[in-house]
Design a protein around this ligand. Structure first.
Ligand SMILES: Cc1cc2nc3c(=O)[nH]c(=O)nc-3n(C[C@H](O)[C@H](O)[C@H](O)COP(=O)(O)OP(=O)(O)OC[C@H]3O[C@@H](n4cnc5c(N)ncnc54)[C@H](O)[C@@H]3O)c2cc1C
Length: 337
């Protein structure tokens, strides 16, 4: 297996940051991955697995080995009258898995349409959108231990999924490369159109009993109208998680800021980070080459030529002003590297 040196990552991260990797390898199979892992470089340097680069901020040269996961393949591995187990290679583009499911009328991931990135990264932060999360359909995954090269299976419980969280962001951070994800999809799909504007978009098109394809199209239309396309302007989607507050703290804030929105979340209250950021006057603000998107204040953008450090500094300023005004600590969603 070829390991390149001083490799540009500019086209491999959706912020379009001109970072480099000291060492870089592409892998298309588990066998190739194992070969790379036996190299001296892999044994002696830190390893970063990279998928679509849509949830990372590079702040400089990565001094170790970047392994770009391009492991493909998609298969129905089991089915009964109700459900189908679909296995997809970790390097596949997430939305092509959604397309596969839509073509076969298999329900469960239509609300997750058009989320950028790879299948293998989807469990890392338990991707979610429009009232659905990966964990709702997750069966199990296969991963390779980066230290030993051994394969391991992880069940749903073992992944310890949470809100934009899993064991792979915590105890097992950088320990495994996810090579295959297996989802349990429904043969008789039950659509979920209660979240956000999905219902309104469908009604406006005169659709009363939508198919999963129609739900997917509605989700895509909403996403395209709200979120900047990384192909045009560098970004990593939502930059901060929505903070989850104790009910009592939320009620306290409401006395001071009567318009503060909040949504019930397992006995707590989830507050839209976008609202907090907008209230601090950040919407549409530009600092040098980077800024806060003018339509969606949760999205930080690179107007071109921006560095990871500029993004991180802007995020720190936003975080500080939200903490000062509301006493809430925002937590970044993308990984800062
Ligand atoms: C415009 C836009 C919209 C977005 N909307 C959403 C959204 O609605 N919901 C949502 O949840 N996210 C959203 N995101 C964030 C992003 O798409 C997801 O987090 C996605 O899963 C990242 O996939 P990736 O392959 O690009 O991961 P990368 O950015 O390449 O990597 C992210 C992290 O995962 C690790 N990783 C990647 N692949 C593997 C693997 N195979 N094995 C082990 N570790 C791995 C990396 O080391 C890194 O720590 C959005 C991003 C953008 C740019």
């Amino acid at each position: 297996m070829e390991i390149a040196q001083n490799h540009s990552l500019k086209t491999l991260n959706t912020f379009g940051i001109a970072a480099r990797a000291a060492f870089f390898a592409r892998v298309e199979t588990v066998r190739q991955l194992r070969q790379v892992l036996t190299s001296n470089i892999a044994r002696t340097r830190p390893i970063l697995v990279l998928g679509g680069g849509s949830n990372v901020v590079f702040t400089g040269t990565f001094a170790g080995l970047v392994i770009h996961n391009l492991i493909g393949g998609i298969d129905i591995i089991k089915e009964d009258g109700q459900q189908v187990l679909v296995a997809a290679g970790g390097g596949m583009v997430w939305h092509s898995l959604v397309e596969f499911a839509l073509d076969k009328n298999l329900g469960g991931i239509e609300n997750l349409s058009l989320i950028p990135g790879s299948v293998g990264a989807a469990p890392i932060q338990n991707i979610g959108a429009y009232g659905a999360e990966l964990k709702d359909v997750f069966a199990y995954l296969e991963a390779v231990d980066l230290a030993s090269g051994r394969q391991r299976l992880f069940t749903r419980e073992e992944c310890a999924f949470g809100y934009r969280n899993s064991i792979f962001k915590n105890e097992l951070k950088d320990r495994f490369m996810i090579t295959k994800v297996v989802l349990r999809l429904a043969k008789k799909p039950q659509v979920n159109i209660s979240y956000g504007a999905i219902g309104e978009v469908l009604t406006a098109s005169g659709i009363t009993t939508p198919t999963i394809r129609e739900v997917s199209e509605a989700v895509i239309a909403i996403r395209q109208s709200k979120l900047p396309d990384p192909a045009r302007i560098g970004n990593a989607g939502s930059f901060f998680k929505n903070p989850v507050l104790d009910k009592i703290d939320y009620e306290g804030l409401k006395l001071e800021f009567s318009g503060i929105p909040g949504f019930p979340d397992n006995g707590s209250v989830k507050v839209p980070a976008a609202w907090l950021i907008e209230q601090c006057g950040w919407k549409g603000k530009r600092l040098g080459n980077v800024g806060v998107h003018d339509k969606q204040p949760l999205v930080l953008v690179n107007y071109g030529g921006g560095t990871g450090t500029e993004i991180v500094n802007l995020a720190a300023d936003i975080k500080a002003s939200v903490a000062t005004k509301f006493g809430i600590e925002l937590e970044p969603e993308p990984r800062i590297i």
